[in-house]
Design a binder for this molecule. Structure first.
Ligand SMILES: NC(=O)c1ccc[n+]([C@@H]2O[C@H](COP(=O)([O-])OP(=O)(O)OC[C@H]3O[C@@H](n4cnc5c(N)ncnc54)[C@H](OP(=O)(O)O)[C@@H]3O)[C@@H](O)[C@H]2O)c1
Length: 282
């Protein structure tokens, strides 16, 4: 079996690359730049928005770990069928718990699920909660000092370790999970200030949280991404369009191990925060 991993330089797909290598499954990492890869995984170059850029990379591939939200996914899937690919594991999202496709993020995940279903390929959809690796979005603030301004401070989220998503993906390739939707959560729901406390412990800094108001959160989101995605995220958490608080057993049921904790993720990734020192000294 050979699996093509799209988005391989990213948080979730990078974890899939690691998990494939650990399980001895051959992998191809679709990338746009050179990255370090584990043994057994080869790099192939391509742009997800241009399916013609990686037709040759599909030769001999039996499964694709696919990200949602790219143009011309139907063409990509047609190419996959022609190349003899059998299975797609799609990284979708918890936003599809609600059928509200007027939400821009839910809409692109829904479109990807529909395209994969229509392709005739065997499919498994992963609908995870927010990733623990989103903690990296606080890096800029940590360069400036020990206060972390947190959005939606009162909303507890059971964030998930990317390696748990990856382990479920590998099981989905290695076993028969055809036609299955895996709704994936982390082990415990934590408010953003609780998440900051866990990060502080792991990196040995006296971090404190500043709970942003809804208006501040709105402005922050609008300043950092296209307006339709900012509105989508605001509606997820401020209007409770999604529930990322409830914890389920799917990771353990599928993989046989409990979901990893945020304490584990922050310890494993403490070095990424290592260059960022208290008080803005780089
Ligand atoms: N973050 C969350 O909490 C969350 C929750 C649920 C679902 N998701 C879904 O999971 C996806 C991955 O999240 P992540 O945190 O792992 O993202 P990430 O770290 O930003 O990774 C995105 C990856 O996609 C690649 N990419 C972007 N545009 C591309 C293109 N045109 N062609 C080929 N590759 C391209 C990037 O490559 P470069 O390095 O070359 O830019 C990168 O490897 C999200 O996009 C979202 O759909 C995320």
């Amino acid at each position: 079996m050979t699996v093509l991993v799209t988005g391989a330089s990213g948080n979730a797909s990078g974890a899939v690359v690691q998990a494939l290598a650990a399980s001895g499954i051959a992998g191809r990492a679709l990338v746009r730049k050179e990255i370090a890869l584990p043994g057994g995984i080869e790099a192939v170059y391509g742009d997800l928005n241009r399916p013609e850029s990686f037709v040759d990379a599909l030769s001999g591939v039996s499964g694709i770990f696919l990200l949602s939200g790219y143009d011309r996914v139907e063409e990509l899937l047609d190419n996959a069928v022609r190349a003899g690919v059998r299975k797609v594991v799609l990284l979708s999202s918890s936003s599809l718990d609600s059928a509200d496709t007027s939400n821009a993020i839910a809409a692109y995940h829904h479109a990807a699920e529909e395209a994969v279903t229509a392709s005739g390929l065997e499919w498994t959809f992963l609908r995870p909660n927010s990733f623990m690796s989103n903690t990296l979005r606080w890096l800029d603030q940590l360069r400036a000092g020990d206060v972390v301004r947190v959005q939606f401070p009162d909303v507890p989220i059971s964030t998930i370790h990317p390696l748990d998503i990856a382990d479920v993906a590998v099981c989905s390739f290695a076993e028969d999970h055809a036609g299955t939707i895996h709704r994936l959560t982390g082990p415990v729901a934590l408010t953003p200030p609780e998440q900051v406390d866990i990060l502080a412990q792991a990196i040995g800094r006296p971090l404190t949280s500043y709970p942003m108001t809804r208006a501040e959160t709105h402005d922050d989101l609008q300043a950092s991404m296209p307006p339709q995605y900012a509105a989508a995220i605001e509606s997820f958490f401020a209007d409770a369009l999604i529930d990322e608080t409830t914890v389920n057993n799917t990771v353990e049921e599928v993989t046989g191990h409990p979901p990893r904790t945020l304490q584990t993720w922050t310890r494993e990734n403490a070095a990424l925060f290592g260059e960022v020192r208290s008080g803005g000294r780089a």
